[in-house]
Design a binder for this molecule. Sequence first.
Ligand SMILES: CC(C)(COP(=O)(O)OP(=O)(O)OC[C@H]1O[C@@H](n2cnc3c(N)ncnc32)[C@H](O)[C@@H]1OP(=O)(O)O)[C@@H](O)C(=O)NCCC(=O)NCCS
Length: 161
Amino acid sequence: MRRRIAETTVAYPWVVCDRDGVVTGYAYATQHRTRAAYQWCVETSVYVHPDFRHSGIARGLYTSLFAILAAQGFVNAYAGITLPNARSVALHEKLGFLPLTVYRGIGFKAGAWHDVGWWHLVVSPHPEFPLPPMPLADLQRDPQWEALLSAGISLIRSGHS
Ligand SMILES: CC(C)(COP(=O)(O)OP(=O)(O)OC[C@H]1O[C@@H](n2cnc3c(N)ncnc32)[C@H](O)[C@@H]1OP(=O)(O)O)[C@@H](O)C(=O)NCCC(=O)NCCS
């Protein structure tokens, strides 16, 4: 996990919710495809500890994540959800993701083949002449960094589920 985070955060954000020293959830973006034409696209995912669900943590984490991605210049986010997962589908659609399609039997895990549904969110408007996305380290030196990182904090309610 440590290595995955280190490799991911060279280019893409990985935000963590910490409550009194306990990691309650995280959200991150990764590369969508390696070809240059897709450099403005990311895949995103979010996970919240079972004891801390239903208190807006996923919404808060994703709000900060998308604020950072938009500031970097990313345009499209895609979420692949192993089906069925009603909670994750509800979360993504509530945050504006629209369904694209389902890849049937694409992944083998825990002794079975699984379908993965794909959802899409426009993170920022498609520019006519896009510049390459800003490296994360450059944005972290920008005065707006703290505000972007904390964009979702006010959406997180206190308390356990
Ligand atoms: C899906 C998951 C991230 C939601 O986290 P969460 O912190 O409980 O979600 P939030 O409290 O921020 O909820 C935000 C919105 O998501 C939707 N949602 C979340 N949990 C839901 C549930 N159990 N049933 C229906 N809708 C739900 C609601 O629309 C909710 O908005 P509301 O509070 O205004 O009703 C969490 O259940 C989880 O980690 N699941 C396991 C991992 C996973 O499936 N991750 C997604 C992989 S793509």
